[in-house]
Design a protein around this ligand. Sequence first.
Ligand SMILES: NC(=O)c1ccc[n+]([C@@H]2O[C@H](COP(=O)([O-])OP(=O)(O)OC[C@H]3O[C@@H](n4cnc5c(N)ncnc54)[C@H](OP(=O)(O)O)[C@@H]3O)[C@@H](O)[C@H]2O)c1
Length: 292
Amino acid sequence: MILITGATGNLGKATMNSLLNNGISANNIAVLVRNEFKSEEFKSKGIQVRIGDYNDIDALKSAFADVDKLLLISSSSDIKKRFEQHQNVIDAAKETGVSHIVYTSFDMKDLRGSDMAADVQYHADTSYYLKQKGVTYTLLNNTLYADLIPVISGNNILTEGITIPAGNGKTPFLPITEMAEAITVVLTNTGHENKEYVIAAETALSFAEIAEIISQVTGTSVAYNQTDKTSYIKQLVQVGVSQEDAAYLSRFADAIANGEFDTNHSDIGQLLGRSSMPLKDFLRSKYGHNKA
Ligand SMILES: NC(=O)c1ccc[n+]([C@@H]2O[C@H](COP(=O)([O-])OP(=O)(O)OC[C@H]3O[C@@H](n4cnc5c(N)ncnc54)[C@H](OP(=O)(O)O)[C@@H]3O)[C@@H](O)[C@H]2O)c1
C-alpha cells in the first residue's frame, strides 16, 4: 500500500493521478486527509482515505496501518511548526512499520545559509531527521514549480509585462505534473532506497528569458520590469494576496535574484528516462491561447 500525505493539495493530487495513470490500482493507494469533507473525490475513485493531521501523532499512527511506502509531502501550515509536524509523520510511520518514506524537500544552494532560511530550513531539518531515523528513505529536492510563474509574475502580464524583483537570477522551474511523474517512479520501482534526487528542469531560465518565451508563444511583446520589493508586495496585495504571503513571495523573488535556485543539477532525466518538458511548452499551454 502506498500512502500519499498532502493529497488534497496540488502535488498530492498530481501524484495520485500519475500513480493511477501508471496502472497502480486504486485499492493499493491510500491518502492522508485532515478534513473529512475533502475525502469524497478519493473515495469515489476507490482510494482509501485515512484521516489525520500532522499535529496529531496518534491519529497518524492509526492512519499508517498496512502502509508500505509513504510519500510525505511537506506541510503547508504554520512554517514554525512544520519540522515538528514532519517529525510526527516520520515517528508514526516508523512505529507503524512503514518500510520506506519518501520526502519532498526543496532544492536551493544552501537551505540553512539562505537569507530566507527561516522559511525553508525546516526542509534541511526534516531531511537530516529522516536520514538519522534508520528507516529507508528517499529525498526528493524539488525546485520551484513552473505553475508558480503566473502567480509571482504580476498581473495581466500580456499587457503590463512581467513585474518581479528577481534580477537576472535563473531558476530551473519544473511543472508539478513532471514532479509527480518523478515521484511515481520512485514510489513504484526499487533502486531508490536511501538516495537523494534533485527534481528540477535541466535548464534554468531568468525572468527576462521567460518574458521572451512568452512573447514568442503569444505573439505579444512581453516586457520584464524590474521592480522594488515594496512595490512588488503592494502589487500582490492588490490582487488579494495577504500581506504575510506577499512578503513571503517577495523573499522568494530575492532568492531567485541571488541565484539560490540555480543549483545546476537535475536528476529528472535519470528518473523519467527523458528530458524535462521545455519551459516553452509549459508556457505555451498557459499563455499560448492568447496568441494574437
Ligand atoms: N516547490 C515549490 O515551488 C513549492 C511551492 C509551494 C509549496 N511548496 C511546498 O510543497 C508542498 C506541496 O505543495 P502543494 O502546492 O501541493 O501545496 P498545497 O496545495 O498547499 O497542499 C498542501 C497539502 O498539505 C496538507 N496539509 C497542510 N497542513 C497539514 C496538516 N497539519 N496535516 C495534514 N495535512 C496538512 C494540505 O491539506 P488541506 O487541504 O487540508 O489544507 C494539502 O493537502 C507545500 O505544502 C509546501 O510545503 C513547494
